[in-house]
Design a protein around this ligand. Sequence first.
Ligand code: FO1
Length: 316
Amino acid sequence: MRIAVVAGGVGGSKFLWGLAQEVGEESLSAIVNTGDDIELHGLAISPDVDIVTYTLAGLVDTDKGWGFAGDTFHCMEVLAKYGQPAWFKLGDRDLGTHLFRTQALRQGRRPTEVADAIRRALGVRVRVLPMTDDPVTTHILVGDGPIRHLHFQEYLVQRGAVDEIRGIEYRGSARAHPSPEVLAALREAEAIFLAPSNPVASIGPILAVPGIRDCLRRSQAPIVAISPVVGGQSLKGPTDKFLGWAKVEVSPMGVARLYDSALDGLDGMLIDRADAGEAARIEELGIRVRMEGIVMRGPEDKRRVARAAVKFVEEL
Ligand code: FO1
């Protein structure tokens, strides 16, 4: 079965890793958020694309969820000595990726081509596709008086997501087009999963690209979301804060409703057994529900969630 997965960084990569073990890498395409992309020290950094690639390559630092395992940060120490911003920790090995990406983009290669070169070089057979080759940047609006516009990484990493969210902009998304590779992956897919990533900050920028949203709306393939919320709490990071801003209930039901309206119909939702009480309410929306333990800590959890998702979609 050919599967397309719409994914952010850490949550998306864990689910993709499990899927790769269960169905094999060749049948998978990952359509990855690039709203988090940032330029720092003159380098083009694409965190979610790298997280997905490193995870599938078995090279990621599984404690942090990003960067290469065992990386060192000597270059950052030198940059800090020169008074350069050092809040976004780029490992010495990781810098190799950013140097390569920056140089290749300057030579005129598309982000999709560069991501493809990187994943192939690292031995990944899943097609890792940036959501678009056009620039899209997620900005978080904060501030009690005058509104400040923060880049997503400034909000999340530099300031630790402490600010109250006043607004979110997916800058450039309205003018962005999906790449031919993304369109092909979506059209060929026999099943589409929305990974357990932040619905507003990670999946939101992808669905904000009109050509992707339209393609998903028209898709004949079943679309199944894996809930990023368990027992009223987000699986990772400040997802609840983002859902709160979007006036979405921090529950599988809230996320189901959000996706259902964004896609003009969601086919299925995989939720945690802890949320069994919500199943009937979600099914009232016409969305089929499957329950499983969906918290992914170790490799066996990731495989179990992936197995449940595949079985569910096969039965839809
Ligand atoms: N996240 C952090 O919390 N702190 C960092 O210093 C940091 C550095 C970093 C470097 C490369 C990379 O690919 C990812 C990195 N991340 C870091 C993760 C990233 O900011 C977010 O987790 C994602 O953008 C959200 O999906």
